[in-house]
Write a protein that binds this ligand. Structure first.
Ligand SMILES: C[S@@+](CC[C@H](N)C(=O)[O-])C[C@H]1O[C@@H](n2cnc3c(N)ncnc32)[C@H](O)[C@@H]1O
Length: 389
């Protein structure tokens, strides 16, 4: 136990006041697990022009404790390799591992409605902090956690041991679950996935729950799916709220780069849009877009003349939609076998006419063959993604 008892109590108090922490056993876990142990060798704090590395060893313990108990996600790795001890001065890069903000972690843990003897599988060990909370609540033998990055997994394992938890830390691709320790009562993913892999359903007991952020590979427009597994091996549930996590590594979006004019050179049609494409900057329209046209990227650019340009690209389907604004109107040019904007605009129009239901209205069903999403009472707001074709 380290000297941060007060900080942990204060964190538990804030989470309780926020309505996130509600059960005494999870509160005990929050008060017991020292988050600072899981942040070694250090973190990257947002700074002007990039990220400022702060190491545990190079920081006064009080200042380090203040950082550790911030109500924020703390980035611990950039670009799949860089840690704070290897950087000097402000650096740029994309976060690839972190300690998720406790409010999100605890909210998800409470949502699992665990019982004392439950076996739990976590995908995305990261720092190990969330796994430690689970170990405290359920016992180290009931927790299995999978991390794809070997260095991150090794650091998490050390931190878990230091905190007193000898749990099952597995290095591997969490999209495969961990069959050796299956079946589980609960599966929780702290990285986002395009869709819930069927293998997670297969590794969950009937009546068990899978909780994961799904929807696509945009950094917004994703939702927290909670599904319950049935005896016939299917799972059904709903999106219970907005949620944003770093994408599972093999599914991370490769940004569309290079000559955009070459990508949009051959249009098959041109028309004025009925809805403004700026809708795609909103969370629920972004979620719906990824249901209606999976694998579609949304890209923003500026023309040489300084005009705003928007694009939808679907590289797998060699299709695009490009948008140009003139006054209040937008013109769309579409090319390729899929008229992306026709598909998306139709979905968004139906959604608008249905009274713009919230993301929590979306239900989903996962089977071995397909993922189906729908909004009750609106037959046109239904999307089926087959895995067999
Ligand atoms: C946001 S962090 C996890 C936060 C962590 N649970 C915590 O609270 O400290 C996401 C982690 O998922 C890991 N990850 C990404 N893709 C993965 C995959 N396919 N299988 C397992 N872990 C993965 C990343 O390397 C990263 O460490």
């Amino acid at each position: 136990m380290t000297g941060t008892t007060n900080e942990r109590r204060a964190l538990a108090e804030r989470l309780t006041k926020a309505g996130v922490l509600s059960t005494p056993r999870w509160r005990e876990a929050v008060e017991a697990v020292p988050r600072e142990l899981f942040l070694h060798p250090g973190v990257f704090l947002p700074a002007e022009g990039g990220w400022r590395p702060v190491t545990a060893d190079g920081t006064d313990p009080d200042a380090w404790a203040q950082i550790a108990y911030r109500d924020e996600s703390l980035t611990t790795q950039l670009d799949g390799h860089l840690t704070a001890d290897q950087a000097s001065g402000t650096v740029t890069g994309s976060p690839t591992s972190s300690s998720t903000t406790p409010v999100t972690v605890v909210d998800m843990l409470e949502e699992l409605n665990v019982e004392d003897d439950h076996q739990i599988l976590e995908i995305g060990t990261g720092t190990g902090y969330s796994a430690a909370l689970m170990c405290h609540r359920l016992g180290e033998d009931n927790v299995t956690t999978v991390e794809v990055d070997p260095d991150v997994a090794a650091r998490a394992d050390t931190a878990l041991e230091t905190a007193g938890y000898s749990t099952w830390t597995v290095t591997g691709d969490g999209l495969l679950g961990h069959p050796r320790r299956a079946p589980y009562d609960r599966v929780i993913a702290t990285c986002a996935v395009r869709r819930i892999p069927y293998t997670w359903i297969r590794q969950t007991k009937p009546g068990g729950v899978v909780l994961a952020t799904v929807g696509g590979s945009w950094h917004y427009g994703t939702g927290l799916a909670k599904v319950t597994v049935a005896t016939d091996g299917t799972a059904e549930g709903q999106i219970i709220g907005r949620s944003s996590f770093m994408q599972a590594r093999s599914q991370a979006e490769v940004p569309i780069a290079g000559d955009l004019s070459a990508r949009t050179a051959y249009a098959d049609s041109e028309r004025e849009t009925e809805l403004p494409p700026l809708l795609l900057e909103e969370w629920m329209p972004a979620f719906l877009t990824q249901l209606a046209a999976p694998g579609t990227h949304f890209t923003r650019a500026t023309s040489k003349e300084g005009n705003r340009l928007l694009y939808l690209f679907n590289p797998d389907r060699e299709s695009f939609a490009s948008f140009v604004q003139s006054g209040d109107a937008w013109t769309v040019r579409q090319g390729g076998p899929v008229a992306l904007w026709d598909t998306v605009e139709q979905t968004l129009t139906t959604w608008r006419d249905a009274g713009r239901p919230d993301i929590t209205a979306v239900r989903l069903r996962v089977t071995k063959q397909a993922h189906t999403y729908w909004i009750d009472g609106h037959p046109s707001l239904r999307w089926q993604h087959h895995l067999t074709c």
